[in-house]
Design a protein around this ligand. Sequence first.
Ligand SMILES: O=C(O)CCC(=O)C(=O)O
Length: 269
Amino acid sequence: MGLRDLFFPPLTILKYFLVCSGVLGSLESDGGWLTSGHASLLEEDSCTVERRDASLTYSQFIEQYAFSRPVILQGITNNTEFQACCTKEKLSARFGDHLVRLSTANTYSYRKVDLPFQDYVDQLLEPQDRASLGSETLYFFGDNNFTEWGPLFQKYRPPPFRLPGTTGAYSFGIAGSGSGVPFHWHGPGYSEVIFGRKRWFLYPPEKTPEFHPNKTTLSWLLDTYPFLPPWERPVECTVHPGEVLYFPDRWWHATLNLDTSVFISTFLG
Ligand SMILES: O=C(O)CCC(=O)C(=O)O
């Protein structure tokens, strides 16, 4: 490699690096995602999920939560560099012309649509329309291309606690305020919010919630939730940047992005 290459590295090398200098000093910053066109929803401050800080040990996590109930872990990961890579400006510059695979935001996520990332940001990253069905709403989460987006995922520091015999698989997403995925269940995992706020509604495996699989979480929240007697209400809480929600195996869950949100899940399987 000559001197010239040190100043102008060949594109093949550049491709594998993502430099996110100017690490955001504060987790309060919105990364350019919460623009005035993206109205935020008011936060319901009731929270029935326990919050634990970084003093929680691995054995306490296994004994108290891993197989029995959700928990929000605070300060367990330090993703300030990943967050700096996820600003609207950085992601658009680096990945704007890369395709993303969108899924409909219904329980069984049937339909998939491929679109350049920048088109998704410019045209579809809108607040959820209350009248639209989840099956008509396109949501960017999961189905990530780990080759093209590899340089970004390499910056992510997943939660350190693993369940015995499992490995982690990432699902990265960005979605508008009021959007979310209606009730469904699968294996255990974590969800970390990078920008924005995400509200979670959860039920244990033995308690199937009342919901319509093609309706949005927003319409469930407005039309069904208010009529639930107290004993039928979900376990719920809002997750903020710097926090990670853990959900155990087979727990029903639905999500609602209170702001335009950037988030990443680590599924344990
Ligand atoms: O983060 C979200 O909005 C949806 C995450 C989720 O429920 C899932 O991927 O299973």
